[in-house]
Design a binder for this molecule. Structure first.
Ligand code: ADP
Ligand code: ADP
Ligand code: ZN
Ligand code: ZN
Length: 752
């Protein structure tokens, strides 16, 4: 048992708990109840700190520093590996191969077996100077001029066929072309012969007189240079910062990212690409999808690399098991769908043969379709069977049902949460009355009254990424759920098709609210400004006094409320400012009040309490009412937005959009991070938005929400090249009768 005693992190109420080891333990509870505070901020942080302590001091100082968690005692915690939501960023240097480590295994394979060998394994790496293509530095593509963007082929030179300002008639460089004597200035460029076109774009080797006759400079002339070469030399291949702003903008608009002409996108240099195994180079292997690649690896033989080949096959098999056999290793991580990236991140950990560790997963089923969840689950159980403890923060009903042990936090959010309300097995949970057990017992009702509303948009899909051509209708003033397995094309359809065709919408994604430690509930909801107005009027002093960003700021901490002293050889600590005691304000401000409360008192109030205080001020009351409507009346006005839980953040974004002009809202997985019992609240919010005339389009996986939609559009049937088609369009009731729909069959099980 991992034992925790007297934990008071964030909203946790001095709780104590024993967590069984070598089990899959699911932590659940309503959003804001304290799951992350317990699992990530306490167990995770303490585990990492304990691990860091085992390193020599000079190394410790180089590692990320964690503040000690507010814990009385913690024992029997084994080394912790944390898989958060943000632990892997997308960038053009990471690929499916680098994320899964298959890239480095193939490099090793080539350095041992490739003929002729290019050297050790970094000679096959596009991230290493020894292996990278010198032309594109291993990126595989280069910015190049797109000639059609600076030439209008329908016009003549005199009519302004060259649209790039520095080469246009207004600029002296125009004379290089106009005075060359080689071109008919009144013939449309599209009618030029191939030779003339070549000369215009790439010609060289003669001089052109560009100065006025009789002027001092006549006689020598300048070297003729075709438009493309001149553009590249003077505008593209030079320090862009030296160009004027307007020219730089024109250059940016004229170029696009194109395949590198030297390596043709393969990123590697000549030596690496000419080294072969079974007549294929390493880039050829990276171009194969997982299914093809594993079959190909079967044919490679070599006694010295047996272990390596076995390892490669095991990882490929895991990629296939997790439903991503259609991906190839060279795919850039910045083009992966959220669900694909999420599963790839797990590949490494899931395959580890280490034992005696504590793994922490934060909602590993997020962005995943019910079908994909089973795959992830199997692998988590395998980790346990290797002798590890697996802690999972989850809302997914299947994951909760199958867990060895369930711990539920609650009973509600924020200060009304922070306690353990259940610990035990699934059977025991069903005998209790908690938000989670109620979620299992509650019957899900299908939206039977779904209206076939008037069509708002008719959207025609075109081939982008994996999308095929199809046509869908989106009803006005209704709730449409866009569903489909991960990688089926939902985000592509929204971003590349819907948003391109209909610019008039609000898009609400899962990104954190600008994590600025100065942004608070009061500033984000916009009530702070009105509150400062009131304090300024009532007390007849400048408004700036009531701002912790202006005159009112505590001079000791500059209005941050905390200070971070620099202490060598010690963990970095954040300490509450001892001058303002964390209030952020200078002391003088406290002599001013409204109805007996100082500004600091008000910021300590919950939204519920503040509603009463400002009951006569409709502007403030209206905005605070939005917090109550979204179930967040318990938040304190002064709480910084970067301390909010994921679910709280999301609802706050939605709340700030309520009461706006009727329009189309597109929401990317609004249920992410929410407990089943929070979904009711979310549905209420959606219904309120619908009653205000809005149209809602959700990318969604939660069956509870899909069941209540007015209209469902399903893409699929699979991910990647097995998806991208319209599988189903209709009402939830119609979906149940449609056997070809993967979502339909899950929904059928679900509503029983
Ligand atoms: P859950 O993971 O169950 O959704 P959290 O553990 O993230 O909940 O949050 C529990 C409560 O603690 C929430 O009300 C949240 O706003 C608050 N909270 C989270 N982090 C901090 C922090 N760093 N400081 C103060 N309050 C916090
Ligand atoms: P979903 O949102 O349904 O999970 P996406 O629309 O994100 O799926 O992705 C659909 C398919 O298109 C996936 O196989 C994904 O890997 C691929 N894809 C997404 N973005 C790009 C891109 N920029 N280039 C190439 N393929 C992409
Ligand atoms: Zn290249
Ligand atoms: Zn201070």
């Amino acid at each position: 048992m991992i034992t925790l005693r007297d934990v008071s992190v964030n909203n946790l109420k001095n709780l104590s708990i024993d967590i069984p080891q070598n089990k899959v333990v699911v932590f659940t509870g309503v959003s804001g109840s304290g799951k992350s505070s317990l699992v990530m901020d306490t167990i995770g942080v303490e585990g990492q700190r304990a691990m860091n302590k085992t390193y020599p001091l000079y190394l410790q100082n180089l590692m990320p520093q964690y503040e000690p968690a507010n814990v009385g005692e913690i024992t029997h915690l084994t080394p912790v590996i944390m898989m958060g939501q943000e632990s892997l960023s997308r960038n053009s240097r990471s690929t499916v191969g680098t994320i899964t480590e298959l890239a480095s295994m193939f490099r090793l394979l080539f350095s041992r077996m490739g003929q002729p060998s290019a050297g050790p394994s970094s000679a096959y790496s596009f991230n290493h100077p020894m292996g990278m293509c010198p032309e594109c530095s291993g990126l595989g593509n280069k910015m190049a001029l797109d000639i059609d963007r600076i030439i209008d082929w329908d016009l003549t030179l005199n009519e302004g066929a060259i649209t790039f300002t520095p080469f246009s008639k207004r600029n002296w460089q125009w004379k290089i072309y106009a005075n060359s004597g080689k071109f008919d200035l009144d013939k449309p460029l599209k009618d030029y012969s191939p030779e003339e076109k070549e000369l215009l774009l790439y010609g060289k080797g003669f001089k052109v007189e560009v100065a006025k006759e009789g002027s001092y400079y006549t006689g020598s002339g300048v070297d003729y240079e075709g438009i493309v070469d001149r553009f590249n030399r003077l505008y593209l291949h030079r320090n862009q910062a030296k160009l004027s702003k307007s020219v730089r903008k024109e250059v940016e608009e004229a170029v696009s990212s194109q395949k590198c002409p030297v390596c043709h996108g393969k990123r590697l240099n000549e030596a690496a690409l000419s080294s072969l195994i079974n007549e294929k180079n390493i880039a050829d292997y990276f171009d194969m999808d997982g299914e093809t690649l594993i079959a190909e690896v079967e044919t490679i033989e070599g006694t010295l690399v047996k272990g390596l080949l076995k390892e490669i096959k095991a990882i490929l098999q895991r990629i296939i098991d997790l439903g991503m056999g259609y991906l190839h290793l060279g795919r850039n991580s910045d083009t992966l769908s959220g669900g694909e990236l999420q599963r790839l991140k797990l590949i490494q950990q899931l395959g580890s043969n280490l034992s005696g560790l504590t793994y922490i997963f934060d909602e590993p089923t997020r962005s995943l379709h019910a079908k994909d969840v089973q795959n992830i689950q199997q692998h988590l159980f395998q980790l346990r069977d290797k002798g590890n403890t697996v802690l999972v923060v989850e809302h997914n009903l299947q994951m909760i049902q199958d867990a060895d042990w369930i711990i539920e936090l609650g009973p509600a959010a924020g200060e009304q949460g922070g306690e353990i309300i259940f610990e035990g097995t699934f059977d025991a949970l069903l005998n209790q009355d908690t938000p989670t057990s109620r979620a299992f017992k509650q019957k899900v009702t299908l939206n039977g009254g779904a209206k076939e509303a008037e069509t708002l948009l008719t959207v025609e899909s075109q081939p982008v990424h994996n999308l095929k051509a199809f046509k869908v209708h989106i009803p006005a003033n209704a709730l449409t759920a866009l569903v489909g397995v991960s990688g089926s094309g939902k985000s592509t359809f929204i971003k590349e098709i819907v948003m391109q065709q209909y610019p008039d919408f609000n898009y609400i994604d899962q990104q954190p609210i600008g994590s600025n430690s100065r942004s608070t509930i009061a500033t984000y909801t916009g009530v702070m400004d009105s509150i400062r107005d009131i304090y300024s009027k009532v007390n007849k002093v400048k408004k700036g006094w009531f701002s912790s960003n202006a005159e009112g700021a505590c001079p000791h901490c500059q209005g941050k409320g905390v200070i971070q002293p620099d202490m060598a050889f010690a963990d970095k600590v954040t300490m509450v400012c001892d001058s303002c005691h964390g209030t952020r304000y200078r002391e003088e401000v406290l002599q001013y009040s409204f109805k007996g409360y100082t500004i600091v008192d008000v910021l300590k109030m919950t939204a519920n309490e503040a509603m009463r205080l400002f009951a006569d001020y409709p502007a403030i009351e209206g905005r605070l009412q939005l917090l109550m409507d979204t179930g967040m009346g318990y938040l304190r006005l002064g709480q910084s937005t970067d301390q909010l839980s994921g679910g709280e953040r999301q609802r706050l974004k939605l709340a700030s959009q309520l009461n706006s002009r009727a329009s189309v809202f597109i929401l990317d997985e609004p249920s992410a991070g929410l407990h089943i019992s929070d979904l009711e609240q979310l549905m209420k919010l959606f219904n309120k938005m619908l009653s205000q005339g809005h149209t809602l389009i959700l990318i969604e996986h939660q069956l509870q929400i899909i069941a209540q939609a007015d209209w469902i559009i399903e893409l699929g049937p699979g991910g990647g090249n097995q998806g991208g088609e319209l599988v189903f369009m209709g009402t939830p009731v119609e979906m149940l009768d449609f056997s070809a729909s993967p979502t339909g069959s899950c929904l059928k099980n679900y509503v029983g």
